[in-house]
Design a protein around this ligand. Structure first.
Ligand SMILES: [Zn+2]
Ligand SMILES: [Zn+2]
Length: 741
């Protein structure tokens, strides 16, 4: 069921001067008709119907749609409009989505370019001048008005970006996309409703151009030479871009695409995902002289572009500046018919470009590309791809980036948001879909005002608590030290403290209480609450009992499973953690007991990894009062430590210097009877484990620690037992998990 929330009082800026000559509706009555020319396109006819339907909802008046102009007429489309009204303007002077809304002598023109201008003008009239909002599939507002003036209207608009696609499930609802003037390639709008901006194929197309399964066996030289071997990887494997046969096959394929897909706005010649560029001599020579792998990419794409330009001068191609090709080339320039799809990949997401120095590398690269082309479209990233459901306070990026890109004349924005588009569920994904849609059309709006407008309209009586949560989260990530990126482990997100989680939980409990009498609202509030449930459960799996106690866990897990099922959320991550719900809930249910109180000492030297086998004094016996000689003759000694936050003993945070080092952890277990104790160990990086002075297990490895990477049985005796662990640091994280199974 569609719930329409009616805002009873709404302030409208545009229609203040009332005059009898240009009153569309007076006291619930109207003399106007809607004119739709016999020559109108299907989209323009649809625009006239939209206008009729929503004017009826707003005012209760049904204006007839006619093909006979009357003195008091709304002309939908340029066809048939009097010259005085159209002021000499013609559709050809308008961009594909550009429109004008103009009143003259009581007649109104709503018209624009082909194919979507007139339709978007109608939506612009309803939204900007009559206050309609399409916040989501379920929350639409049509403010009631019994008198509507159109006097003096003169509003010409075009979107800031020709391509606008936020990657959220909510944004792919056709009615939502249409009414928020998005033109997604992922789920295109039908041509009868104006169509979309179509990329063919969508992205990562090297394998579409020269399929590895078709050519690899006979012609391995078509594919990238990586570490001396021609790659046979389907994805992540790239092409040899200087091979003339590869160019020939790819060019033929592109020419065929152009023939087969007249609906496409742009054709993608994109490297596959990941690394794996070609290192053969001719490829390497170009990349070396251009100072970037974008050299071979552009060398290749430009040659195809030249062939295409001869036969199809209006066709545009695009190629990625991504991972290894993000740096612009030194001397080459993209051809005029080549768009660069630049990726803002793996930078700080807590702060927007301009708010912290982490983005400077990207800004420099974007400036470099801007110097050699005026056709740049942006692919930006707005979620944690390891944990789609984790609280992710990055509204500053959402709010500021569209304006930043528009000011640099970028032509499109793809905002890859929380969760795959089929299922939704990332934090505030409906809010993000709507705010992005607004800012992609006009990025000069006040983004925080849009956020608050959405929260108030969609969460009603629960809105104050949701606003407080948003403020709490965003205040918690101010400051450069709170940076997080798009592949982030929640244990490294500094703002996710137990205090933050408990304060957020309290706000959502109040928000849910305020929604008790409205089942639809309660569902929306519960979905907003989901990231806090997810965070608590995630921390529980790594020993974070201060986030969620054993007693509370079943209740939170039940809520989590119910909400994800109700909202058809199935996938939790792209990679790097449990990606499906069942694996995650299993992990929660089987979460072991973590041992988090240890004596620790370090660092001892590990230059050239000699520390791994060197017998330092702590290996001989546990002497809590003794001083040892650490790195750089530093005097160090045992100290007791207990992690209150999670089960992870984080040497990287506890011990300095945190490089080329080993450190020890010691603990006593007192048993009343001898027993075989099952334990789990996870380490970053290699480790040695002793029980009562006897080595139990030694493993030289380099890895990220996860609970229970090693399952070990410790034969403990009656009385005191001594466990000693040595962990080496090879770079990055450094620490261990110790569990009792
Ligand atoms: Zn090559
Ligand atoms: Zn930052």
């Amino acid at each position: 069921m569609i719930v329409k929330i009616i805002a009873l009082a709404i302030q409208l800026n545009a229609i203040l001067i009332l005059s009898t000559s240009a009153q569309l509706i007076v006291d619930g009555k109207s003399e106007y008709t809607i004119y739709s020319s016999p020559a109108a396109t299907e989209t323009e006819r649809y625009a006239a119907q939209e206008l009729q339907q929503y004017l009826h909802e707003i005012s209760g008046v049904q204006l007839p749609i006619t093909q006979e102009p009357q003195p008091k007429t709304i002309y939908v489309g340029f066809q048939g409009a009097p010259k005085a009204l159209s002021n000499g303007l013609t559709p050809t002077e308008f961009g594909k989505e550009e429109y004008i809304i103009r009143e003259q002598n009581g007649a109104l023109l709503i018209a624009g370019g082909e194919p979507r201008g007139t339709l978007y003008g109608t939506i612009g009239f309803l939204q900007d001048h009559l206050g309609c909002r399409w916040y989501s599939k379920d929350v639409i507002t049509t403010p009631k008005q019994t008198t509507i003036s159109i006097k003096g209207l003169n509003d010409r608009q075009a979107p800031a970006f020709e391509y606008r696609e936020p990657w959220y499930r909510e944004a792919y609802d056709t009615e939502f996309a249409l009414h928020n003037r998005l033109n997604p390639s992922g789920v295109p709008l039908p041509m009868s409703k104006g169509g979309s901006f179509i990329m063919y194929p969508f992205v990562h197309t090297f394998n579409n151009l020269v399929p590895i399964e078709q050519y690899h066996e006979e012609n391995p030289e078509y594919f990238a030479l990586v570490d001396g071997v021609r790659t046979d990887k389907h994805f992540g494997g790239q092409l040899c871009l200087t091979n003339p046969d590869v160019l020939r096959i790819a060019t033929e394929t592109v020419m065929q695409w152009i023939k087969d897909h007249p609906e496409a706005d742009v054709f993608s010649i994109d490297q596959n995902d990941g690394f794996g560029f070609c290192e053969c001599e001719p490829c390497a020579a170009i990349d070396k002289s251009e100072g970037s792998q974008s050299g071979t990419v552009l060398h290749f794409v430009n040659q195809i572009a030249d062939v295409v330009a001869k036969k199809h001068p209006d066709i545009q191609l695009q190629t990625l500046a991504y991972v290894y090709s993000e740096v612009p080339p030194k001397t080459m320039k993209p051809r005029p018919n080549v768009t660069i799809r630049m990726c803002h990949y793996d930078y700080c997401n807590a702060h927007a470009i301009g708010q912290c120095p982490d983005h400077q590398r990207f800004v420099t690269r974007l400036e470099g590309w801007s110097a050699i082309t005026d056709s740049i479209t942006i692919w930006d990233y707005y979620t944690d791809f390891r944990h789609y459901l984790i609280p992710y306070p990055n509204f500053e990026s959402m709010i500021n980036h569209p304006r930043f890109y528009a000011e640099r004349n970028c032509t499109g924005l793809f905002a890859q948001g929380s969760n795959v588009r089929q299922q939704g569920g990332g934090e505030f994904s409906a809010l993000r879909a709507w705010v992005f849609a607004q800012l992609m059309w006009n990025p000069h709006q006040d983004g925080w005002a849009l956020v608050h407008e959405f929260v108030d309209a969609v969460y009603g009586p629960s809105a104050p608590y949701i606003r407080d949560y948003i403020a709490l989260a965003h205040n918690a990530v101010k400051g450069e030290e709170n940076l997080f990126r798009i592949f982030t482990d929640p244990t490294t997100m500094k703002f996710l403290t137990p205090e933050f989680i408990h304060a957020s939980e309290a706000l959502f409990i109040k928000a849910e209480a305020a929604a008790q009498n409205n089942p639809d609202l309660l569902k929306r509030v519960e979905l907003a609450h989901l990231p806090i449930h997810y965070a608590r459960l995630y921390f529980y799996t790594v020993g974070g009992t201060s986030y969620l106690s054993k007693e509370e866990m079943p209740k939170v897990l039940d809520s989590f499973m119910r909400i994800t099922a109700e909202h058809k959320i199935k996938q939790l991550a792209e990679r790097g953690g449990p990606t499906v719900i069942a694996d995650f809930t299993q992990k929660v249910k089987e979460a072991p007991e973590f041992v988090t109180d240890w004596w620790i000492v370090g660092p001892f030297g590990n230059k050239d990894r000699i520390g791994f086998d060197h017998v330092y004094l702590p290996e001989q016996r546990f002497e809590p009062d003794r001083f040892f000689e650490g790195i750089d003759y530093e005097l160090i000694s045992w100290r007791p430590y207990k992690n209150e936050r999670t089960g992870y003993i984080d040497f990287a945070a506890l011990i300095q210097p945190n490089e080329e080092a080993v450190a020890y952890a010691y603990r006593r277990f007192d048993l009343e009877e001898a027993a075989e104790i099952e334990i789990g160990l996870g380490s970053n990086d290699g480790f040695k484990l002793w029980l009562n002075g006897n080595i139990i297990l030694s493993k030289k490895t380099s890895r990220v620690a996860e609970p229970n990477q090693e399952l070990i049985t410790l034969p403990m005796r009656k009385g005191p037992n001594e466990v000693l662990i040595k962990i080496e640091q090879l770079g990055g994280g450094w620490g261990f998990y110790f569990t009792k199974r």
